[in-house]
Design a protein around this ligand. Structure first.
Ligand code: UD1
Length: 340
């Protein structure tokens, strides 16, 4: 029997790329999304790539009633990937209750529904933000989590704990948290990619919009950090590689390969890249110049973080494959396609 996977937030950036990989691997997908930060047209892109239009339901999972109605209507789901969440770090500082209400309630409603409707498997979209600024780099899964820098980050830490405690109390439920580093790039088909609404807060959409002439120049936030070139270091992972990690995690749950009911993994490349190195890589890969200037540090930014992927590579049998140049070229090709 085909596996039926619910993807919450499936019209979002990472969600849509994951739906493509799930469908390519033979899964039946149903998307639940409230379209608060995505567009319904994303379904056209998914269909153009895979030939299959996933089932879609517009639903706010932070509302218990809507969540129950969803699971009553859509039966036979055997795994869930939970992406749907608010994710703007800065906004979360200004509106913490919005973030706690949305991100925590939706997860708790889903866990209640998993019990009620006998859905045993959950993959959760977590973040390297749970590590804060680690004392030692690279970070392994044994690296202690630190107090979050933002309410957004704190929701990821709390959600991980909610899943840990709930799977412990309900052994029929199983969970995997994937701690993403910095997902970037787009599907090589240019049919789906990141669709920021308004002025992008993240580096790559701001950079590609700048090169496309939509913004005057990119601000590099700080060159006085304790790093080789003074700019911040991150672990930039290709979004398709990241999407594939979800398929592996789903199979691990369904095939009961877990070592314990709740597991968590670092999903990155293992390579730290500075903002200035990234600009250089973009220029090399695309042949385009990136107009940029150095400005002051951005409040709340950590200096550097990158993953040790030894454990996830070995345990999951998954590895990021695409080079940074290739990934940046995909981000640029997506921007070009969007502007057409
Ligand atoms: C952060 C979170 C991540 C979260 C993401 C969502 C951490 C470690 N990471 O990523 O979990 O999912 O926000 O928004 O907390 N930069 C510039 N100029 C710009 C934009 C960014 O120089 O215009 C720099 C930043 O200073 C940073 C890097 O680019 O060094 C990446 O920034 P960004 O894309 O915003 O992601 P993070 O802040 O790393």
């Amino acid at each position: 029997m085909r596996n039926k996977v619910l993807v919450t937030g499936g019209t979002g950036y990472i969600g849509s790329h994951t739906v493509v990989e799930l469908q390519n691997s033979g899964c039946e997908v149903v998307i639940a999304d409230n379209l608060s930060n995505s567009k319904i047209e994303v379904l056209d892109g998914i269909e153009a790539i895979t030939g299959i239009r996933p089932l879609f339901e517009k639903v706010d999972l932070s509302c218990a009633k809507e969540c129950t109605e969803f699971f009553t209507k859509h039966t036979g789901i055997n795994a869930i990937i939970h992406f749907a969440a608010s994710k703007a770090v800065g906004e979360s500082v200004v509106k913490p209750l919005l973030y706690y209400r949305n991100n925590l309630n939706s997860l708790m409603n889903i866990l209640e529904a998993m019990k009620e409707f006998n859905v045993p498997n959950l993959v959760f979209s977590s973040s390297c933000t749970v590590y804060g600024q680690p004392d030692k780099l690279p970070v392994t899964e044994a690296t202690p989590r630190k107090e979050a820098e933002s309410p957004y980050g704190n929701t990821k830490t709390i959600c991980e704990d909610i899943i840990r405690d709930t799977t412990k109390a309900n052994p029929e439920l199983k969970g995997i948290a994937l701690r993403y580093f910095n997902p970037i790039g787009a599907h090589p088909s240019t049919k789906i990619g990141e669709l920021p609404l308004g002025v992008p807060g993240n580096l790559i959409p701001f950079l590609t919009q700048t090169v496309a002439g939509m913004r005057a120049e990119l601000s590099v936030f700080g060159n006085d950090y304790n790093t080789p070139d003074g700019s911040c270091i991150r672990d930039y992972i290709n979004v398709v590689d990241l999407a594939k990690a979800h398929v592996v995690a789903i199979n691990r749950l369904i095939e009961e390969k877990q070592k314990s009911n709740y597991e968590f993994f670092n999903i990155g490349t293992g390579k730290g890249v500075s903002v200035l190195e990234l600009i250089e890589s973009f220029e090399r890969a695309t042949g385009e110049k990136v107009p940029h200037k150095i400005v002051g540090r951005r409040a709340g930014d950590i200096e550097q973080i990158y993953a040790d992927t030894t454990f996830s590579n070995k345990e999951l049998g998954w590895k990021s494959e695409k080079s940074l140049d290739e990934t940046l070229l995909s981000a640029w090709n997506w921007q070009v396609a969007l502007n057409k």
